[in-house]
Design a binder for this molecule. Structure first.
Ligand code: DC
Length: 227
């Protein structure tokens, strides 16, 4: 079977990559893999188990290896993350899990187990995979590599809107501080820090509509043949 297209999209928190990746995947008939959801899944389970990333990194690494994770499409065609057969899609979206996911994602063993699985899913193509290290580490050979950015204020505004829609009460200032702390952790960790691959195309989404961003990536994808 000929290899199918693979698209890697990375970017900081609130850059819009999840929304954009889903729409690009729908438009091109590809499967969307949200790699951040997997880090959130490990964080959620680590919190439930009362594990500390500072004193028990090894136990969290073992948890990452053990957890069974699967994306299943619901009737609404939205992919949901199942962890050990339990739908975790909502539980992993809280600010507490978001913060913890950034901390556990700096544990090398956690990264090793999750990126191995992501790579296995992506190797045959047919995917839009989004995260922090997809174009640099997980799928460096992807046919299309995109690095999405936006200003801190714009990202905080978007994140606040998402959180309010989920019924979470917070302020723009608090969200901005959270985003900046997360950026610092994600970009300065020793293993696979967030960075743009030299051959990735950077798109700053300030002032662009979602449709603008999606069609830019779809147009890029249509100009390349899978290798
Ligand atoms: O995209 P997100 O906010 O759902 O990601 C949650 C955290 O997971 C993020 O702070 C960093 C980490 N992450 C990562 O280290 N590598 C990835 N490929 C995806 C996410």
């Amino acid at each position: 079977m000929p290899k199918r297209l693979s698209i890697a999209i990375d970017g900081p928190a609130g850059s819009g990559k999840s929304t954009v990746a889903k729409l690009v995947a729908d438009r091109l008939g590809l499967t969307c893999v949200d790699s951040g959801a997997m880090y959130r899944g490990v964080a959620w389970r680590a919190l439930q188990a009362g594990l500390s990333p500072e004193s028990q990194p090894q136990a969290i690494g073992e948890l990452a290896e053990r957890l069974h994770m699967e994306f299943r499409r619901g009737e609404d065609n939205v992919a949901r993350l199942f962890i050990d057969d339990e739908d975790a899609s909502q539980a992993i979206r809280t600010p507490e899990v978001g913060k913890m996911s950034s901390v556990v994602s700096a544990i090398p063993e956690v990264r090793r187990h999750l990126s191995r699985r992501q790579r296995e899913w992506g190797l045959n193509g047919g995917v839009v995979m989004e995260g922090r290290d997809i174009q640099t580490v997980v799928l460096p050979e992807a046919d299309v590599k995109v690095f999405l950015t936006a200003s801190d204020n714009e990202r905080a505004r978007r994140r606040l809107k998402d959180l309010e829609a989920q019924g979470v009460t917070t302020t723009l200032d608090e969200v901005l501080r959270d985003i900046q702390a997360r950026d610092r952790r994600d970009s300065t960790r020793a293993v696979a820090p967030l960075s743009k691959a030299p051959d990735a195309i950077e798109i700053c989404t300030d002032g662009m509509t979602i449709e603008d961003v999606v069609s830019t990536i779809v147009d890029l994808a249509r100009t390349v043949e899978p290798e």
